[in-house]
Design a protein around this ligand. Structure first.
Ligand SMILES: [Zn+2]
Length: 216
């Protein structure tokens, strides 16, 4: 199976399949686009978390992972998003934490991840009518906050190991100046499904191990 033109190759097909099957499972396409988006994001986060938990401790062979979720209340999400899933190894002497990638929480950012992507892209020139279906999930955000996000993408994200590898998978290539606007045009983000695919593809940057890379 070949990737559609312009999209990164490989894992995306797994993402497409998962998003499609989860949406069918919970019948979310019958809901308004904003509710559908929230349910899809919850489903994907649950699946990412279960995969990490099932893998056991990465640091010791025998450790079992137990729930040790973080209390979080990201702005711009529904009321019930009050925790970020995370796990701790139960073995004495290890106790290492494992925080799964997320399509809702972009590291320690105060706002939900999709706002940080979409509002920056709008600031860069994404046409607002592209988000007609999703306009209810994109509230007004202070311009200075959006300017800070734009700076974060330009100064921190571009330096991540994730982007150094991922950028080579876009054909035709995307320039640094097109982050994240170019992704919104390629995936595309007009529908909940498209936006969830983008966030899933981006989710490796939301874990602690990548935060360490960002600091480099
Ligand atoms: Zn362990």
């Amino acid at each position: 199976m070949k990737s559609p033109r312009g999209l990164p190759r490989g894992d995306l097909f797994y993402a497409l399949w998962v998003v499609g099957s989860k949406a069918a499972e919970n019948g979310c396409r019958k809901q308004p686009a904003d509710q559908c988006l929230y349910r899809l994001l919850e489903c994907v986060d649950e699946e990412l978390a279960q995969r990490v938990r099932a893998g056991g401790c990465r640091h010791c062979a025998e450790g079992v992972l137990h729930q040790a979720h973080y209390a979080r209340k990201p702005r711009g999400g529904p009321e019930e998003w009050t925790k970020r899933q995370s796990f701790c190894c139960d073995r004495d002497g290890c106790r290492r934490r494992h925080t799964p990638p997320s399509v809702r929480f972009l590291g320690r950012k105060v706002h939900v991840g999709f706002l940080v992507v979409l509002k920056t892209a709008l600031h860069q020139g994404l046409k607002p009518d592209r988000l007609a279906q999703l306009r209810r999930v994109v509230p007004e955000i202070d311009r200075r906050t959006v300017a800070r996000w734009r700076q974060w993408w330009a100064e921190h994200f571009l330096a991540t190991a994730f982007w150094k590898v991922a950028r080579g998978r876009f054909i035709p290539p995307l320039s640094s100046e097109q982050v994240p606007l170019g992704w919104c045009e390629r995936f595309p983000v007009d529908t909940p499904d498209g936006l969830v695919k983008l966030l899933r593809w981006l989710s490796p940057i939301t874990t602690v191990s990548t935060v360490a890379e960002v600091v480099m």
